[in-house]
Design a protein around this ligand. Sequence first.
Ligand code: AHG
Length: 335
Amino acid sequence: MKPISLIQFLIEERRAGHINAELSLLIEVVARACKRIGVATGKGALGGVLGNAGTDNVQGEAQKKLDVISNEILLEANAWGGQLAACASEEMEDPQPIPDMYPKGNHLLLFDPLDGSSNIDVNISVGTIFSILRCPDGVTEPKAEHFLQPGTAQLAAGYVVYGPSTLLVLTFGHGSHEFTLDREVGSFVLTRRDIRIPEETAEFAINMSNQRHWEAPMQRYVGELLAGRDGPRGKDFNMRWVASMVADVHRILTRGGVFFYPLDAKLRAKGQSGKLRLMYEANPMAFIVEQAGGAASTGRERILDLQPTALHQRVPVFLGSKKEIELATHYHVEA
Ligand code: AHG
């Protein structure tokens, strides 16, 4: 069968009435920016891009050079196209307006420009995560409050993994689809349409070093997985933890599994309500996972139903194979 390029796929989605021309163009611009991030990431030590930038982001985390470079690539690519009213990023405290010299569009773009950045210097997969919302009617200069829409309002979400191959996974609310970058041609090519996550799994992802800090329901759920075939689950479970959410989620979209970053006593002691960010990590990933037949919760509520209260809000994240997420959520709700 003839390969379908991202551009062709976007034209099909427009014809199907799933997206309009402005959103289609916005995805093209984001995908092009991610190709540039992939090139910068791929140069590694040769490009002088490894190591810390010597600055902290809004959450007080040390920024890597590639965090800063990726943020700039996405901002610059999206400034002039005319599809956006404003951008917001993990790396910036406030939303970035579109400069007055350029036309404004009707969309809001949120992104984590380089997720998993602790993995950059050790040559392990990292990625970009993005979420697209509609700018509320009549708002010409969007502020943080205009971004605070629940995940169910997302028009599109996606992530790009910079790994052995560069992959884009995208949803407009009509299934989740995977595109692989053909590096010789320079274009993303559809490699999986309508990805389905198996409902059941025997593989889980969690940072086990935090086990002693977890709440009792998390201890119970993971304890049962670890008990293997002699425990209540009656089968052995395998564990994986890349520490790049994009890579862990992509594995789940490929062969099933579950991913947890729960709220724990260590995070609470720091005054945090979770580790991962709702607006540009949890919401886009939850949208993609649900569209692939999986589930995503905070352990107590569906992520996509949360009403955000702050741009950089953190939430617990449970996502992946539906039956496992339902069980882990059930343990938390009944506790
Ligand atoms: P960052 O984008 O700041 O590198 O955060 C990475 C996130 C996520 O990608 C990953 O699942 C998680 O943090 C890893 O956290 P731990 O280091 O606590 O395991």
